[in-house]
Design a protein around this ligand. Structure first.
Ligand SMILES: O=C(O)COP(=O)(O)O
Ligand SMILES: [Mg+2]
Length: 237
């Protein structure tokens, strides 16, 4: 069976929970926010399950976990405060996951186009990749400009395919969450899930990714059954 990596022209990586463990800095900023609002900090191990649907939702979940049901005004004040705090600390405690650097080097050397496809706002994603020293690997970084473009919408993946000038079937997405797998399926891309990210206890097998790995470098060894029939030339809207 051919190797998966030989069947694609580009690889898109999810950011939080896939290439960088961002929960420590997200948690630090969230806890500073709670304390400044007069609340109590959350235990670190409660943070990862709250990540994945953008900052407004993360702040809403943090407030809910601390026992607050915010009205619209408190939600807005909290989200603004959180953004200010997080902006100052996107890569202080966060760490690149094992196997990521080697995988990015190997895939790039193999001639594949690499993209980052994240629900994180560009204002945080771009500096995070730069400070972490990995922004140079990515031909493009796709972030949602509108809430409706967030994964599980396929729109960021379509944009990545358009920029790489490839069809969705020639794109592999590597991600840690339900939103990643559903976005890839909706776009018609191949998808590999990592089992170490922020998938909130969701059994990833049920979502039927092409494969599940525990370290990114395993994607180099994965084999795939070629898709049968004519290649699905799905038009990118
Ligand atoms: O910022 C988030 O909520 C999630 O970002 P991700 O898509 O890179 O996991
Ligand atoms: Mg993620």
């Amino acid at each position: 069976m051919p190797k998966l990596i030989d069947c694609v022209a580009a690889v898109s990586f999810d950011l939080d929970g896939t290439i960088i463990d961002t929960a420590p800095d997200l948690g630090a900023a969230a806890n500073m926010m709670l304390v400044m609002l007069g609340g109590r900090p959350l235990p670190d191990d409660r943070i990862p399950a709250l990540v994945g649907a953008g900052i407004d939702e993360f702040v809403k979940r943090v407030l809910a976990q601390s026992g607050v049901t915010p009205d619209a005004r408190l939600q807005e004040t909290s989200a603004t405060l959180f953004r200010d705090l997080y902006e100052q600390r996107v890569f202080r405690l966060s760490r690149i996951y094992p196997g990521v650097m080697m995988t990015l080097h190997t895939l790039r050397a193999a001639g594949l186009t690499l993209c980052c496809v994240t629900n994180k706002e560009r204002k945080f994603a771009q500096p995070l990749l730069e400070i972490a020293g990995i922004s140079g690997f990515f031909a493009s970084v796709l972030c949602p400009e509108r809430p409706e473009d967030r994964k599980p919408s396929p729109s960021l993946l379509y944009a990545a395919c358009r920029q790489a000038e490839i069809e969705p079937l020639d794109m592999l997405l590597v991600g840690d969450s339900r939103a990643d797998i559903e976005a890839a399926h909706a776009a018609g891309c191949r998808v590999v899930a990592v089992d170490y990210g922020y998938h909130r206890g969701q059994p990833l097998e049920e979502l039927r990714p092409d494969a599940i790995v525990s370290n990114l470098k395993e994607i180099m060894e994965l084999s795939v059954r070629p898709r049968s029939g004519t290649r699905a030339l799905r038009a990118i809207p």
